[in-house]
Design a protein around this ligand. Structure first.
Ligand SMILES: NC(=O)c1ccc[n+]([C@@H]2O[C@H](COP(=O)([O-])OP(=O)(O)OC[C@H]3O[C@@H](n4cnc5c(N)ncnc54)[C@H](O)[C@@H]3O)[C@@H](O)[C@H]2O)c1
Length: 395
């Protein structure tokens, strides 16, 4: 059995706790480790944070996992081979840089930074240090998107024409109704709505759309994006009002190499009347599909109804009935766990892992260009980010 010490920084947060600790590393531990290449890889998480009480509580919830409030101590222990970071986005650079300097392999949440400069610098530093590196690109392992990929690979769509993504849901403002709030419990951390704290939906979501588009439909060539701050005032975790300084909606169009047109609406100010919180519709000459987080529905050319525009009579077609579920059958793992398993194999067995800090920087790049497109009200081309070699030169 190969034990791999993993420093988990920012683990008391929403993503760190639920997706990375409980549903990924604890789940791998509970199943007896990860069998690969004749070895069993056993992750040994070390919880790192500032608040002792929170760490103790989380440790107990996860079955008595080790914890510390000293990152330096964690980094100086050679048993800890991997540093994982799910802190606030603005803190990522410092944490990951520190870990690379300590010679650790690094894996972290996206966005890796809020602007391209530091995001690419992390990639450069990791390459120069010769450590392994990875960035969370979880949507690629969502069952709905895995199914879309399968449909693409089997040629179901014929020529793909366009991709339309709808992401979002209503995020309550919080706050006392007597003071104009909606009285609801917050679903998301308040920093998400403050630019000065690394918030904003463009920097959050365009990172995801970059890797989804690049990996499934073709490299993103150009972007046009309009952002908005629809809800100008919100209330924080302590019930204190604050002005929303970050964008809470983004209406973006992407041009892909190969000619596919992609549009993604992302909003925290939209009420859901669709199959899921994220739906992606793909239209091709031979068929179409609509994927949610888990399900995927398809309509082939032969099943396509002949729609005729006539608002003077009730529509005779049941458009929703003309789709069938695409259910290839195999159980699909939690998306974060699936990517963790690949990263652990990469660390221990040196298997390939393509979702690295350069890929993470590409997501940040698209977000930055989206913000620029909004500010300048124009289309922007997406330049290639050079691949570097060990000396830090362009490979
Ligand atoms: N992959 C995804 O789909 C996805 C989804 C949501 C969030 N994220 C990303 O994950 C990261 C964490 O997001 P979250 O929603 O879990 O946020 P969160 O606010 O719930 O958690 C943030 C973590 O950072 C820590 N932290 C906060 N301030 C700190 C400080 N000053 N010093 C040290 N630590 C501090 C907190 O204690 C907590 O552990 C963000 O970068 C976010 O963009 C990714």
């Amino acid at each position: 059995m190969k034990h791999v010490g993993i420093i988990m920084n920012g683990v008391t947060g929403r993503m760190g706790t639920n997706q990375h600790l409980l549903r990924s590393l604890k789940a791998i531990r509970d199943q007896g480790g990860l069998s690969a290449g004749g070895e069993v890889i056993m992750p040994e998480p070390l919880l790192v944070g500032r608040n002792q009480a929170k760490l103790e509580e989380l440790s107990a919830r996860a079955g008595g996992i080790a914890w510390t409030t000293s990152l330096d101590e964690a980094l100086s222990d050679p048993k800890n081979e991997v540093y994982f970071d799910a802190q606030l986005t603005d803190l990522r650079f410092g944490g990951v840089e520190h870990a690379i300097r300590a010679g650790k392999h690094v894996y972290c949440e996206k966005p890796t930074a809020t602007t391209l400069g530091p995001a690419y610098e992390l990639y450069r530093m990791a390459v120069a240090a010769g450590v392994k590196h990875g960035v969370v690109q979880d949507k690629l392992w969502l069952p709905g998107i895995v199914k879309l990929k399968r449909l693409i690979d089997t040629g179901f769509f014929g020529e793909i024409l366009a991709v339309r993504g709808e992401f979002g849901y209503w995020v309550f403002t919080g706050g006392d109704p007597a003071e104009g709030g909606d009285g609801a419990v917050l679903q998301r951390p308040s920093w998400n709505y403050r630019k000065e704290d690394g918030g904003g939906i463009i920097v959050d979501m365009l990172c995801h759309w970059r890797y989804v588009l690049d990996n499934l439909f073709g490299p993103v060539k150009a972007v046009s994006c309009l952002g908005a701050t629809h809800i100008p005032k919100r209330w924080d975790e302590n019930g204190k009002p604050y002005p929303s300084t970050a964008d809470d909606a983004a209406y973006a169009t992407f041009e892909l190499e190969g000619g596919v047109v992609a549009q993604f609406n992302s909003s925290w100010a939209v009420r859901v009347r669709r199959d899921d919180l994220l739906t992606i519709q793909v239209d091709g000459t031979k068929g179409s599909a609509v994927a949610g987080l888990r399900e995927c529905r398809i309509q082939s050319a032969a099943n396509t109804p002949r729609a005729v525009w006539n608002p003077d009579v009730p529509n005779p077609l049941d458009f929703c009935a003309g789709w069938e579920e695409f259910a290839p059958g195999e159980p699909i793992e939690n998306a974060f766990k699936a990517q963790w398993e690949l990263f652990l194999k990469h660390v221990v067995l040196d298997t390939p892992f393509q979702w690295d800090l350069r890929e993470g920087a590409k997501g940040v790049q698209l977000a930055e260009l989206g913000i620029q497109s909004w500010a300048e009200r124009r289309w922007i081309e997406v330049p290639n980010l050079p691949i570097l070699n060990l000396q830090g030169d362009t490979a």
